[in-house]
Design a protein around this ligand. Structure first.
Ligand code: GLN
Length: 262
């Protein structure tokens, strides 16, 4: 009889511990943001003009939008800079509260995160050396060695269900390193988001961007953990206010001199 009680007690204790563990692992984002007085943005600060380093600071279009979100929440903005490829797991594990990283909305990502309203249209640009005459349009990428940033839509374009044939894909932790290998002759072309490509072309006079992009247009949005409705609503409200007041266009123009309203 005594032993039976012991066993029941142990089973109850185990069940209770399990229930508590499961309960705790669910992150209450809004509670934590308010308690810590800060909201954490995850990004890869090597993606001008959306996020880049300026001295010790991280600046750019996404940093400004994120600052407006933090202001609306009434808390500080903290920015965690990491490899682009690490962003999704950082969001899921609670290391960051949202991803703002020129982050393209895609069906695969929609299974993992909730996206805000879209705020920017982009394309995957094809970058080659200025004196290159063999790659003039997207069809010419077939059979070539292509550089792209790991984890991005540009890299995924050459993986499963790729419209391209016989491509050798080389990936890098940022676009600048891919361009470096283009200049060193280790890849034939680089595929990268168009505005970041333009920023890199300004710094690298040996490269040019083709008129023909590598694929259909994409759109950027901010990603939160699945089910984080309150934070998502605050982000969407902020985006709407920035848009309606003309502030969003001002931010775009500040970082993209040639920007025209989309
Ligand atoms: N827009 C691309 C993507 O979401 C690249 C973003 C980036 O490199 N920061 O995959």
């Amino acid at each position: 009889m005594k032993n039976r009680y012991k066993i029941i007690f142990v089973i109850l204790a185990v069940l209770l511990t399990a229930a508590l563990t499961v309960g705790c692992s669910k992150i209450n984002t809004m509670e934590r943001i308010k308690k810590n007085g800060q909201v954490i943005m995850g990004t890869n600060a090597a993606f001008p003009p959306f996020e880049m380093r300026q001295g010790n600071e991280i600046v750019g279009i996404d940093a400004e939008i994120a600052k407006a979100v933090a202001d609306k929440l009434g808390v500080e903005l903290k920015i965690e800079d990491m490899d682009f490829n690490a962003l999704l797991s950082a969001l899921k594990s609670g290391k960051v509260d949202f991803i703002a990283a020129g982050y393209t909305v895609s069906p695969e990502r929609e299974e993992e995160v909730d996206f805000s309203d879209k705020y920017f249209k982009a394309v995957q640009a094809i970058i080659v050396l200025k004196d290159n005459t063999s790659i003039k349009s997207r069809q010419d990428l077939n059979g070539k060695v292509i550089g792209a940033q790991e984890g991005t839509t540009g890299a995924e374009l050459f993986r499963e269900n790729s419209p391209y044939k016989n491509v050798t894909l080389k990936t890098y932790n940022n676009g600048a390193n891919a361009v470096l290998d283009l200049k060193n002759g280790r890849v034939d072309a680089v595929v990268l988001d168009n505005y970041t490509s333009m920023a890199l072309a300004e710094l690298n006079p040996e490269i040019k961007i083709l008129d023909d992009p590598a694929t259909d247009p994409e759109e950027y949005a901010i990603a939160v953990r699945k089910g984080d409705k309150e934070l998502l609503q605050t982000i969407n409200d902020t985006l709407k206010e920035l848009k309606d007041s003309g502030k969003l266009d001002e931010i775009f123009k500040k970082y993209i001199p040639e920007y025209k309203a989309q």
